[in-house]
Design a protein around this ligand. Structure first.
Ligand SMILES: NC(=O)c1ccc[n+]([C@@H]2O[C@H](COP(=O)([O-])OP(=O)(O)OC[C@H]3O[C@@H](n4cnc5c(N)ncnc54)[C@H](OP(=O)(O)O)[C@@H]3O)[C@@H](O)[C@H]2O)c1
Length: 297
């Protein structure tokens, strides 16, 4: 099968009592998906990277790519892009679940957004898909500062968001990936909705402070209005059709509704989530935020 990563050790690891899924990891090159792929590979578990550049490719906007990507798969880790809260997302994701189950998928793990009302339609579609399901309702990922839209602002030293002084319990993509892999392999996670946060509430100013401390650079947070953010995003080249829903998303999920901690990581993994400060220190040590070398990348 095209693009199927399978370790020579997989067969010997299987036992009759522990059926091994073959997993399509959608968003398998992204923040959580890439880490899920790394873990499945390390465990010798068969999987396929779902990506527009994959073999075969997977493209959310082209249903014809889904069938080949699902061929031979019995499970999927589902990351919708750009966001489950965006217009049309719920219908696309619901159709995907139908297609997946028709193609033999029996286990589905969905990355959803915490406090996102629009994402709940996708969660309901998952729950009625007929597959065994697990929902990961994630708060903002710490890795948004190093692998996503807050990376450039960190390099520039100014993080401007319409977030006021709201507190957010950033969660680490490493923890989310640990839970996704646990959910794919262990029946105890079937039917669970995990609301995932880190161990500490931080304002964006606190997050900027932790990154500044870890990098030894001057990095500041500036609270802007939604209109100012929209204008800056458009000027930075964010596609027009994404600027509005992105800003809406920020202003709704950053209205304080998520400013509380949950025990989702502990419930799923039996351990504490990773702290933002540890993420900041490790990321700084990796050189990701090194301005001189970032320019060469
Ligand atoms: N970021 C957060 O803080 C956060 C928090 C909670 C929930 N979420 C949820 O996570 C989802 C987004 O994840 P993310 O923000 O962490 O991003 P991400 O997974 O880092 O997104 C990038 C991934 O999406 C893939 N991708 C992009 N466009 C695609 C398309 N048209 N078709 C197929 N694959 C595509 C990319 O693959 P290729 O480029 O290789 O094709 C890449 O693997 C959303 O549904 C959101 O609700 C995110």
């Amino acid at each position: 099968m095209d693009g199927l990563m399978i370790s020579p050790f997989t067969q010997s690891m299987n036992t009759a009592s522990t059926p091994t899924h073959t997993t399509l990891v959608i968003g398998g090159t992204g923040k959580t998906g890439r880490r899920v792929v790394e873990r499945l590979a390390a465990q010798g578990l068969p999987h396929r990277v779902g990506s527009r550049a994959g073999t075969p490719p997977f493209e959310w906007n082209d249903e014809s790519t889904w069938h080949r990507a699902l061929e031979g798969m019995t499970a999927a880790y589902v990351v919708y892009y750009p966001d489950l809260a965006f217009p049309g997302a719920a219908a696309t994701v619901a159709t995907f679940f139908e297609v997946a189950v028709r193609n033999g998928v029996r286990r589905l793990v969905l990355l959803s957004g915490r406090g996102e009302e629009e994402a709940q339609a996708s969660e309901r579609a998952l729950q009625s898909s007929g597959a065994d399901w697990t929902i990961l309702q994630s708060t903002w990922l710490s890795q948004n500062f190093s692998e996503h839209f807050l990376y450039e602002p960190v390099l520039e030293g100014v993080i401007a968001l319409p977030a006021g002084d709201v507190a957010e319990p950033f969660v680490d993509a490493e923890d989310v990936a640990d839970i996704a892999v646990a959910a794919l392999g262990d029946d105890r996670h079937i039917g669970q909705v995990y609301e995932l946060t880190g161990p500490r509430l931080l304002t964006f100013a606190d997050a900027a402070h932790d990154i500044a401390e870890a990098t030894g650079r001057d990095i500041n947070y500036i609270s802007v209005t939604a209109e100012e953010y929209k204008a800056a995003a458009a000027a930075a080249g964010v596609p027009a059709e994404e600027v509005e829903p992105l800003t809406d998303l920020f202003t709704t999920v950053l209205d304080g509704r998520n400013a509380r901690l949950t025990d989702g990581v502990r419930r799923a993994l039996g351990r504490q989530p990773r702290d933002f400060r540890d993420y900041a220190r490790a990321t700084a040590a990796s050189g990701t935020w090194n301005v001189a070398t970032a320019a060469e990348r």
